[in-house]
Ligand binder design. Structure first.
Ligand code: FES
Length: 117
């Protein structure tokens, strides 16, 4: 695997549970991305709200609503669909999170950050 790939163990990523964060230095010193599992599939996004480019999670890794049906921005409460990053409610309704390609193979969640610029 190249350094443009980030790998997590599949077992560390559970449906509706804490997301896993990673650094995206190509976007800036403090920019992060995250991956969550929703309906058995991993989904990864740049950790920047479409309203104001702040991180979504207030407590690191907490991306889901209480009902585990949407990703929520802790700043003003924008709700995003976990499966495509589309904002369905909040000040950036109609916009989307920036997706990051992710695959899962042999017990590993593999995030390809090469295309993220
Ligand atoms: S910064 Fe995320 S909803 Fe305003």
């Amino acid at each position: 695997m190249t350094e443009e790939t980030i790998i997590f163990n599949s077992e560390d990523l559970q449906n509706g549970a804490q997301g896993l964060r990673f650094n995206l230095p190509q976007l800036g010193e403090f920019v992060t991305g995250f991956v969550v599992r929703y309906q058995d599939q991993p989904y990864a996004y740049v950790n920047q709200c479409a309203h104001v480019p702040v991180e979504l999670d207030w407590n690191q890794g907490d991306f889901f609503t209480v009902q585990k049906d949407y990703l929520i921005c802790s700043t003003h409460g924008a709700h995003y669909r976990p499966d495509n990053g589309f904002c369905v409610m909040g000040p950036c309704k109609g916009k989307s999170l920036k997706p990051i390609p992710v695959t899962e193979l042999n017990g590993q969640v593999i995030i390809n950050i090469a295309s993220i610029k």
